[in-house]
Design a protein around this ligand. Structure first.
Ligand SMILES: Nc1ncnc2c1ncn2[C@@H]1O[C@H](COP(=O)(O)OP(=O)(O)OP(=O)(O)O)[C@@H](O)[C@H]1O
Ligand SMILES: [Mg+2]
Length: 227
């Protein structure tokens, strides 16, 4: 395998059953992403972007094909190893932020660390640090409903970052934001890439995709690679 290839897919396919019919979500996807890359997947609704991202993040499995993450064949990993990857190697950012509404910003961010068994005081300190990093030091004791959309997405980014994952998977992170907040979030994602995180961004917005260093187009479950 080529050196520092982090994500490697060979003929990955996935279909979903809908009653008596099958929907092909991915067909024969081939893909290599190197460590430290900033890649955008661009494609219309239903083209298979989220399906691909869920497979990359090991929260879904393909029907056929091979997926290697950091040189390991994901199909051969046991449940503990998969949980380890989901919790430590990958940070997810979603369009709907997916914050817990009753928890303060700092509690949302420290939760992944608490679930990992990290002591409360240490988790709190790490959460505060990462919230400062995304510019929210003044808002750590606010609930999501007391924050703007852009601020909520910053909390979600802080939560994705708190365990210092190598890979950030962002599925339409600006989809629910006005253009100014969206720009700020994209600047932040760009900075994370400069700091060495591998970024995989999903969007159907050409302007947003332009910020990535490489754009891969998707159509009807297939990847169309362009330079
Ligand atoms: N759990 C599921 N059950 C059945 N069909 C599904 C499921 N998830 C996705 N699909 C179908 O698979 C195809 C790809 O879906 P996917 O969510 O990957 O698209 P997408 O590119 O992320 O779209 P969007 O831009 O709307 O988020 C679609 O036709 C979709 O309806
Ligand atoms: Mg999607």
């Amino acid at each position: 395998m080529q050196e520092n290839v982090l994500i490697s897919m060979k003929n990955i396919s996935k279909r979903y059953r809908m009653g008596d019919n099958y929907v092909t979500a991915l067909k024969d996807a081939n893909l290599d992403i190197r460590s430290g890359e900033f890649v955008a997947f661009l494609g219309p609704s239903g083209s298979g972007k989220s399906t691909l991202m869920n497979i990359i993040g090991c929260i879904d499995t393909p029907d056929s094909g091979e997926y290697y993450l950091a040189g390991k064949n994901v199909a051969e990993l046991d449940d503990d190893e998969l949980a380890q990857i989901r919790n430590k190697e990958v940070g997810f950012i979603f369009q709907q932020f997916n914050l817990l509404p009753k928890y303060l910003a700092v509690q949302n961010v420290e939760l992944p660390l608490l679930l990992r068994g990290i002591p409360r005081s240490e988790a709190r300190k790490a959460a505060e640090e990462v919230l400062s990093k995304v510019g929210l030091q003044e808002r750590i004791n606010h609930k999501p409903s007391e924050l703007s959309g852009g601020q909520q997405q910053r909390v979600a980014i802080a939560r994705a970052l708190v365990g210092n994952p190598g890979i950030i998977l962002a599925d339409e992170p600006t989809g629910n934001l006005d253009s100014k907040s969206g720009e700020e979030i994209m600047n932040l994602i760009n900075e994370l890439n400069d700091q060495g995180h591998t970024i995989i961004l999903i969007t159907h917005d050409v302007e947003v995709a332009r910020l990535a260093k490489r754009v891969l187009r998707m159509k009807d479950g297939a990847l169309i690679i362009e330079e």
